[in-house]
Structures are given as structure tokens and as C-alpha cells.
Design a protein around this ligand. Structure first.
Ligand code: RI2
Length: 307
């Protein structure tokens, strides 16, 4: 349990971050925890797995990759604990293998949309979005990137380091320079924390202003998202919860001393409606956002876990 709690804490504190990485880390943690429960009977085993699943899912509310990964990993039908553990190990290995391969496939499919000479704007740090950009560059396309800082956690710094190490010319801008800079951009490529059944994208706070500025400037917006970032529970009418993070990420609390009338809000994500999105690149193809239901039905299943 200690290892599982430690992974949960790393996800909560964002030491492990990015919708894809938290999903893979949670799946591996649940798999390793299951291995420690061999001496239990099947009822106790299932209860412990459910508790562990909840601990992992409760760490961060927005990225659906996390509950999807946990849902796919924890499934077991055998009444024999040894076999149930093997099922969970198998589920996790499959999930992690698929998640890893998905990044390469998204890169190859998405790179088709990038032309020689393109200037690409991206936001925050998305491994799926960067896979597209790096693949296009590796194909010999002469591209450059404009990366936003992505306050308050500044994941844009991770992005510019990764792009620089890959040899891709990159310009860093502050988030509020998005609209002014959009005229230099050919294409916006961002990742996803969740995609709802109506095709809306939930991604790092500020994504919707990139999309708004792109639409105004008639530039395309492409979303890079593995199929496990689509949200089956939105089929039940559930809204994706927007994580409210600590005010301390925005401003040092010391600086607020003597300002009793000020409060600080720090929403971690925002919602970009489907009409601002041209294409969602998944590992099984490039789809318009209107296809979100079909992706949920075909790749995640609509027999929902009512917990
Ligand atoms: P990949 C991140 O969330 C960003 O919002 C990013 O766009 C999204 O996850 C997807 O990232 P956070 O964990 O899975 O930084 O494509 O809050 O890496």
C-alpha cells in the first residue's frame, strides 16, 4: 500500500503529471498493489482493489485518462485470487503497451496535417501534441513552434526544453501574448485531459483562448488525444470537473498580506467547445469532434461503472 500511496501523492502534487503519464503511473501502481494481495480471499481482494482504485482516482479530478486507466486495469472476473491478480497484471500490461504505442501512432497520423514551413502554436506540455510536432520535424519538415508559458505551473518550460533538445526552433511567449502572436501561426496543436461526448475539449487553463484566437484568425486547431482521454461518464450527463488548485501556485501568500479583500482563483483547466476544434488525432485515426460518441462506444464501451 505504501508504494500505491506514494504514487497517488506524486500524482496529486504533480511530480507525475500529464494526462497520459498519470494514467500509466496509476495503472502500474494498481498492478503492483494487486501483486501484494495474494494471501487474501477473493472478497477481501476485490474490496482492497476498489479502495486502491478510489485512492488513485481521487488524486486529480479532471483528466479522465486516470479513471479510464484504473477502470480498465482493475477488471477481474475469476473467483481465484491468483488468477484475478494475473488478470489485473494482464490488463495493466495491455493498457501501458497501448498507451505507449498510441503516442507513436498519433505522431504519425497528426504529422500528415503539418506542412513544410508551418509555425505551430502549442500550450502547456502534452506528450501527445509533442509527438505530432516531433514526428513532422523528423520527417524533414521545416517547422517551428510557439510555446506558451502556461501559468501558473509553467509547464511551457518543459515543452521548450523538449523541443530544443529535439532541435526544433522554438519561441516562448507569455499566455497573454496568444492573440497578438496568432497571426504568425499556421496551426494550433494541443493535448487533452478529457473529451466529452459532445466533442468539447477539457485541457490546461488557457487552451480555449488559443482556440478562440485561432478561430478569429482562421487557423486550424488540432487536438492530440489517445482514445482513453474520451469520457464515457459524460454519456450519463456528467460534467467533467474542473480542478481548482491552490492559490499558492498563483501568488506567494506573503504578497497578499494586508489585502483582506482579495481572493485568488486557480482553475487548472478550461473547456473548448467542439466548434472551435477541427480535428482530434487519436491512435485509431483523425476524427472531427462530432465523432466523440463513436469513439467512446467503440473503444471504451458504454456499459458504465456506476460508482
Ligand atoms: P499528455 C496536462 O495536464 C496538460 O493539460 C496537457 O495538455 C494534458 O495533460 C495532456 O498531456 P497537467 O497534468 O497526456 O499538466 O498529452 O495538469 O502528455
Amino acid at each position: 500500500m505504501d508504494d500505491l500511496l506514494s504514487t497517488a501523492e506524486k500524482i496529486r502534487s504533480m511530480e507525475i503529471r500529464g494526462a497520459g503519464r498519470i494514467a500509466v503511473a496509476a495503472s502500474a501502481a494498481l498492478r503492483d498493489y494487486a501483486r501484494t494481495l495474494a494471501s487474501l480471499d477473493i472478497e477481501e481482494f476485490s474490496i482492497k482493489i476498489e479502495e486502491a482504485a478510489k485512492t488513485l482516482v481521487d488524486t486529480r479530478p479532471t483528466a479522465v485518462s486516470l479513471p479510464n486507466a484504473v477502470m480498465l486495469t482493475k477488471k477481474h472476473t475469476s473467483l481465484n485470487v491468483g488468477e484475478a491478480i494475473d488478470e489485473i497484471i494482464g490488463n495493466s500490461d495491455t493498457f501501458i503497451k497501448n498507451a505507449t504505442e498510441a503516442l507513436g501512432k498519433i505522431g504519425r497520423i497528426g504529422a500528415e496535417r503539418i506542412r513544410d514551413g508551418d509555425v505551430i502554436m502549442t500550450h502547456c506540455n502534452s506528450h501527445a501534441a509533442l509527438s505530432i510536432i516531433k514526428t513532422a520535424f523528423d520527417q524533414g519538415k521545416d517547422i517551428s513552434v510557439i510555446a506558451t508559458e502556461s501559468r501558473p505551473r509553467r509547464q511551457g518550460f518543459i515543452t521548450i526544453r523538449e523541443l530544443s533538445e529535439h532541435g526544433i526552433p522554438t519561441t516562448l511567449i507569455v499566455d497573454s501574448a496568444v492573440r497578438l502572436t496568432m497571426k504568425e501561426v499556421d496551426l494550433v496543436v494541443v493535448g487533452a485531459d478529457s473529451i466529452s461526448v459532445n466533442g468539447a475539449l477539457i485541457n490546461k487553463i488557457g487552451t480555449s483562448q488559443l482556440a478562440l484566437a485561432a478561430q478569429e484568425a482562421r487557423k486550424n486547431v488540432i487536438v492530440a488525444a489517445e482514445t482513453y482521454k474520451f469520457s464515457p461518464r459524460t454519456l450519463l450527463g456528467e460534467m467533467v470537473e474542473i480542478e481548482d488548485r491552490s492559490a499558492d501556485e498563483v501568488i506567494d501568500p506573503q504578497l497578499l498580506k494586508g489585502m483582506p479583500n482579495v481572493k485568488v482563483k486557480n482553475p487548472g483547466f478550461d473547456v473548448t467547445p467542439a466548434e472551435y476544434i477541427d480535428l482530434i488525432i487519436t491512435e485509431v485515426g483523425a476524427f472531427p469532434p462530432a465523432m466523440a460518441f463513436a469513439i467512446i462506444r467503440d473503444y471504451l464501451g458504454i456499459e458504465l461503472d456506476h460508482h
